[in-house]
Design a binder for this molecule. Structure first.
Ligand code: ATP
Length: 231
């Protein structure tokens, strides 16, 4: 039973085929980088597997649960950082974590969560309006880690971060993966994906055009050239 499986997954919006018969396999325990240019369909795939939108055709499972009928089990075991995750400027970091914990009916070990994402207790007691972008992103990750999910789904987690922020975020992802968590994250930047992913899937126009380890994809020269060109 894999972490994510899709079979013929398809989503059509009016004239746009956003996801086109996708067969995706993400294994448990791996860091999977979902790479593709803007508009390739990455967010739509994430929205489909989490049942935020309904497929035109095909099916998906997450941790063995059916995306359309077993959503509650999927949400309980999956931490999500959506693209451009919304934080509430007037609330503190601690209040965000407490709110997510209440919403999920679980306890939040705030000091442990902060430690995992590199935020201090002082940070937690400040309003999020005063956070840097990187701190906000790390808080969003801490929120996703509440409830100790088996799978983390991160949509463009590094976008808009400066190089230091990207490096910090990458380290956190590595540590979470080392703890045995499956991490699925999307990006349109090859360098961000290959530095941390065990395997990469390349999406273009809603279709998977290549899958492999970073070394395998580097080895196939034509593919690497085209990624460099496109993203
Ligand atoms: P980005 O990183 O820019 O978000 P992406 O790879 O995540 O890119 P999607 O956001 O999934 O791509 O978009 C895939 C295609 O589907 C695009 O052509 C987009 O315009 C279209 N699309 C996505 N959501 C909708 C929607 N709700 N209604 C109409 N078209 C949509």
């Amino acid at each position: 039973m894999g972490a994510i499986r899709t079979t013929g997954l398809t989503k059509r919006y009016d004239g746009v085929l956003a996801v086109d018969g996708l067969d995706l396999r993400v294994e448990r325990g791996e860091v999977f980088g979902f790479l593709g240019p803007n508009g390739a369909g990455k967010s739509t795939v994430i929205n489909l597997v989490l049942d935020f939108v309904r497929p035109t055709a095909g099916s998906a499972t997450v941790l063995g649960y059916d995306s359309r009928t077993e959503t509650t089990a999927i949400r309980r075991n999956t931490g999500i950082v959506p693209e451009g995750a919304t934080l509430y400027e007037r609330l503190t970091g601690r209040e965000h974590l407490a709110w997510i914990a209440r919403a999920n009916g679980v306890e939040a070990d705030v000091p442990a969560l902060l430690d995992r994402v590199g935020l201090t207790i002082d940070d937690a007691d400040r309003r999020v309006g005063g956070y840097s972008k990187g701190m906000g992103r790390r808080l969003a990750l801490a929120m996703a880690l509440v409830g100790d999910p088996e799978l983390l789904i991160l949509d463009e987690p590094s976008s808009g971060l400066d190089p230091a922020g990207i490096r910090e975020f990458r380290e956190i992802v590595r540590e979470e993966a080392a703890d045995g968590r499956t991490v699925f994250f999307s990006s349109h930047v090859l360098g961000q994906v290959e530095a941390v992913a065990d395997r990469i899937g390349i999406l273009n126009r809603g279709k998977l055009v290549a899958t492999g380890t970073p070394a395998e994809l580097r080895g196939s020269c034509g593919i690497t050239q085209s990624i460099r060109f496109e993203v």
